[in-house]
Design a protein around this ligand. Sequence first.
Ligand SMILES: [Fe+2]
Length: 257
Amino acid sequence: MVDIHCHLLPGLDDGPESMEESVEMAEMALADGITHIAATPHANDTYSFDGGRSLALCGELAARFDGRLHLATGCDFHLSYENVEAACASPQLFALNQKQYLLLEFADFALPPSLDQALVRLQQVGLKLIVTHPERNPLLRNAPERLRRWLDAGCYLQITALSLTGRFGPQAERAALEYLDRGWAHFVASDAHNVDRRPPRLRQAYDLVAARRGPQVAKALFNDNPLGAWQGVPLPWVPEPADAAAPSTTRRRFFFF
Ligand SMILES: [Fe+2]
């Protein structure tokens, strides 16, 4: 499996604090069946992003694994004005494996109308946008029409493995399953931060997706599409998105007639 969203590098954000912790996380991922990890530290107001430092730490970590684990860098890109300007100036600096896919994180408290223009600007400089864990964002959970519009505009969607298995509560779990069933999800990733509360594990969610949607869909979401983003090539599996569930008023009207 290929994990494109993981806070694996030490001392950069709220992920591991030491290289030893990073090694422990990476060993845990390997034991779970993960072969590739993109280390994606936050790029936001609290944690500024330093691409060069990430690459150096990634090289240090890779040296501890002697080819047993494939590592690359990217970032967990917060959609602020400053970040958008910086990414438009140097798109590859922020992209996964310095190719063209960008993990996009939205604030929990506001989705301003200007946001859509920011997405267009990022796409105009050649970035392919991956909206991360909308199932965990209450505003996005309640705005499926907006998510659908972004999908129609060529954005992709990543859900978190632990959402599928209930770690983020019933609302996030329900939304993640809905995205999965509607063909809105293109990736599942760990978004791991540590070895206990937010571990780098995907296997349990993989099995859940394989049982619910079939082995081919699981392989696409956990391996084939993430590898496509890693390599910077078109995604091999992009289903036609189904509409959000019809409002319950439809059924009520039926019963009234
Ligand atoms: Fe993250």
